[in-house]
Design a protein. Structure first.
Length: 138
């Protein structure tokens, strides 16, 4: 069972009110067809039919990757995000902006006070988002 907490501008998970009707079930890799709870790549996933972009990180691109290294890191980041989402309850916190230019909801994702973005950065699978894309092929 995955329960989600709706956040405000303060990303501290203890301040979140429980959202009614938390999701049940598990996340999978997104394929063709309806996207309810699935992972697109290392920083984007669908939750309860809404597309979420992890706001504080950038992961290697998979559509399309620009080199072999970017593809390998991108696949590893995608799998790690899938594992994190399936490990238990998590909370979502809104940031400065509600949505990105593609219409994805921008959220920070936490479990027990630990940011998924921080974990992915520490594991070398993501970078802090600084407003610009940089190459993973260096």
């Amino acid at each position: 069972m995955i329960s989600v907490f709706a956040g405000c501008l303060n990303p501290t998970p203890t301040l979140f009110a429980k959202q009614p009707n938390g999701a049940s079930g598990s996340f999978s890799i997104c394929r063709n067809g309806p996207r309810i709870n699935c992972v697109v790549d290392g920083d984007t996933f669908w939750f309860q039919g809404e597309k979420i972009r992890i706001a504080d990180i950038d992961t290697p691109e998979l559509s399309p990757p620009r080199c072999k290294r970017e593809r390998e890191l991108g696949l590893a980041a995608k799998q790690r995000l899938l594992n994190l989402l399936n490990e238990g309850s998590f909370s979502l916190a809104s940031g400065v902006r509600e949505k990105d230019r593609y219409g994805r909801k921008l959220r920070n994702v936490y479990r027990e006070g630990m940011s998924f973005g921080d974990l992915l950065v520490a594991e070398g699978l993501a970078r802090r988002w600084d407003g610009a894309r940089r190459s993973w092929c260096e």
